[in-house]
Design a protein around this ligand. Structure first.
Ligand code: HEM
Length: 212
């Protein structure tokens, strides 16, 4: 079952990352989003492109970082793709996400939702990096799980978008709340996953020699 979940997670993350890279490489800016968002995007093109490509890199690299088999076979690769994930993906994608959040479609509800997502993404990434710099694998894993649950907001946002549209709710009504719904449940799931007894790797005695 866990294997199936992992395959689904990889498939969804890669799917949204490829959509982002393909759509923003080959289509005019904003041609695949709501017309009012398109005007915003064109007014802040640099921030949108920086965000889309940097954040897509995080979504692309993130899932592999959680593969313990891959990590044990390729520790050097885990460290380097971890640095690219955190610095190019989360730092650049998060700061540009925070910037475009100030102009997000959907008023203060959407702007505050995306802004808090950006700040939580940046903070959890920083905490994960600081933990591994002091060889604290226990907290590194917990903060990376929290961080990737927020990266996965790009996937849950698009699933929610499909569900609300299929339910016939108008875009202008549900989109502002999507800026909260796309990450709050993910964050709560991460806290539940970390706290449940069955997840041995997150137990206190999982400290090992310096790795990153
Ligand atoms: C987790 C932190 C993230 C934050 C704070 C964030 C924030 C934002 C904001 C504010 C917008 C503009 C929305 C609007 O104007 O209404 C946006 C759009 C976008 N973001 Fe993110 N984002 C995040 C993660 C990601 C990730 C991981 C991807 C990976 C593919 C991504 C891809 C995109 C794309 C493609 C758009 C343009 C809209 C579209 O074509 O669907 N974002 N993001």
């Amino acid at each position: 079952m866990l294997r199936l979940n992992k395959i689904l997670l990889y498939f969804l993350a890669l799917g949204v990352a490829f959509y982002a890279v393909f759509a923003y490489s080959f289509f005019p800016l904003g041609s695949l989003v709501h017309p009012l968002m398109k005007l915003n995007f064109q007014a802040h093109a640099g921030g949108v492109y920086l965000h889309v490509f940097a954040a897509a890199l995080a979504l692309l690299l993130g899932p592999l970082q959680f593969s313990s088999a891959w990590r044990q076979q390729n520790p050097r690769w885990h460290r380097w793709s971890g640095r690219v994930y955190l610095i190019l993906g989360v730092l650049v994608g998060g700061l540009s996400g925070l910037y475009i959040a100030q102009f997000a479609f959907g008023g203060w509800i959407a702007r505050s939702g995306f802004s808090l997502l950006a700040l939580a993404w940046l903070f959890s990434g920083l905490m994960a990096y600081r933990a591994i710099r002091r060889a604290d694998i226990f907290n590194h894993r917990r903060w990376m799980l929290r961080n990737f649950s927020l990266t996965f907001a790009a996937v849950t946002l698009r699933i929610d978008l499909g569900l609300f549209s299929a339910a016939g709710v108008t875009f202008e009504v549900f989109y502002p709340w999507l800026a909260w719904l796309c990450w709050l449940p993910n964050g709560m799931w991460a806290e539940w996953f970390i706290s449940t007894k069955s997840n041995a790797p997150f137990k206190a005695d999982a400290v090992a020699p310096r790795s990153m």
